[in-house]
Write a protein that binds this ligand. Structure first.
Ligand SMILES: NC(=O)c1ccc[n+]([C@@H]2O[C@H](COP(=O)([O-])OP(=O)(O)OC[C@H]3O[C@@H](n4cnc5c(N)ncnc54)[C@H](O)[C@@H]3O)[C@@H](O)[C@H]2O)c1
Length: 352
């Protein structure tokens, strides 16, 4: 007789777009996961997901946490709730997968880490760019010396903004509210790319000089939002390597999610060509082209791998591949960029 498959019993808090496009379908597709229920302060959002995936609808977050059958919680609520929801869940004995950005500020993120240590629960962050197979392949190629020694890099993430993406689907979205989102595009797209840079380079970003600005996005009243819709950052890694990151919610053309890495023997272009996922142009005039996996876009969501990694960590009792410290140090970069833009000078990243 085959041994029974261990199924991790999961609940989802916040039943908007990311819960629908990623968390719920990826738990459903994972043979080692079982969805137990949903909570959203807009009950209809939770009911819609329960209708599709089965499971309970909780009347409150406290009711979800009191459910002893729930072992793990995916936190897909707006940013301002991440730390409270994550801390409550870990204290209730649940493992946590928390969406990005980790928290409203580094102090809150540190508290999450402290509670993780105190409770021994798993705390994983939803930085999914490091799970994209093309990025994994790029890291392998870099480590094998495909472009020699790395000299510098630039990374972009630019699309047309979150107002069409969010389940609210209007300029009233919480993504445009400072008290609910904390950061604008810097937190939304910048947190992805800063984590990717840390992953690809295997190093921390040490200091940042940035212009964080608002060019075009307007709230429901027609006023420019009081959050950034563009951020232009120059940074230095701990090993001295320089790079730039540009993120935007006002690219009304084709989404740009590219990274280019410059080395002593050549240049690696990732998601920078329409035809190839990775192009390595060498100084001798030859090129190598790699077809690995496409990049998810807002309109073409692909399986992220993040849910499978979370479940694997729980089943095997291993440290998750994106830790609280990863989330915290990425958040520290967001804070440093914001401060740099305000002060007009380089700012050290408050690394943990
Ligand atoms: N990893 C990624 O690639 C990625 C992509 C998009 C969004 N996100 C993150 O996921 C989180 C959710 O974003 P989204 O795109 O799903 O937003 P969304 O606007 O589509 O959905 C947010 C949901 O949260 C619910 N909500 C609001 N207040 C709540 C509360 N007090 N308690 C419980 N639920 C509440 C809303 O009713 C809505 O259903 C954000 O932190 C965002 O940054 C991550």
């Amino acid at each position: 007789m085959k041994p029974a498959v261990r199924k991790v019993r999961v609940a989802i808090a916040g039943c908007g777009k990311i819960a629908r496009t990623r968390h719920a379908p990826e738990y459903k597709a994972n043979p080692q996961a079982e969805i137990i229920g949903f909570y959203d302060y807009n009950r209809e959002h939770a009911e819609e997901l329960a209708e599709i995936y089965g499971g309970k609808v909780y009347d409150s977050y406290e009711e979800l946490l009191a459910d002893e059958t729930v072992e793990a919680v995916s936190i897909c609520s707006p940013n301002f709730l991440h730390s409270t929801h994550a801390i409550q869940a870990m204290r209730a004995g649940k493992d946590v997968l928390c969406e990005k950005p980790m928290a409203a500020d580094v102090a809150e993120a540190q508290k999450m880490i402290d509670v993780q240590k105190e409770t021994g629960r798993i705390l994983m962050l939803g930085h999914n760019q490091r799970f994209v197979r093309t990025h994994i392949r790029a890291k392998e190629l870099l480590e094998a010396g495909a472009i020699g020694d790395i000299l510098s890099l630039r990374t972009n993430f630019k699309h047309n903004g979150p107002e069409a993406w969010s389940i609210e689907s209007s300029n009233k979205t919480w993504f445009f509210s400072k008290s609910k989102a904390g950061f604008g595009v810097l937190g939304d797209l910048g947190s992805h790319k800063l984590d990717l840079v840390r992953y690809l380079m295997g190093d921390e970003i040490e200091s940042i000089f940035a212009m964080v600005t608002t060019l075009d996005k307007r709230d429901a009243e027609g006023n420019l939002i009081d959050l950034d819709d563009n951020a232009f950052c120059t940074f230095k890694m701990r090993n001295g390597l320089p790079g730039t990151m540009s993120v935007s919610w006002t690219n009304y053309g084709v989404e740009d999610n590219s990274t280019v890495i410059y080395g002593t023997k050549g240049t690696m272009k990732i998601f920078a060509s329409e035809l190839d996922d990775i192009v390595v142009d060498l100084n001798d005039g030859t090129s190598a082209r790699h077809h690995v996996s496409p990049m998810s876009t807002n309109t073409n969501q692909l399986s992220s791998g993040i849910i499978d990694a979370f479940i694997r960590s729980i089943v095997n009792g291993t440290e998750p591949p994106v830790t609280g410290l990863d989330g915290r140090n990425t958040l520290a970069c967001l804070e440093a960029a914001t401060k740099s833009s305000d002060l007009g000078r380089w700012v050290q990243v408050d690394l943990g």
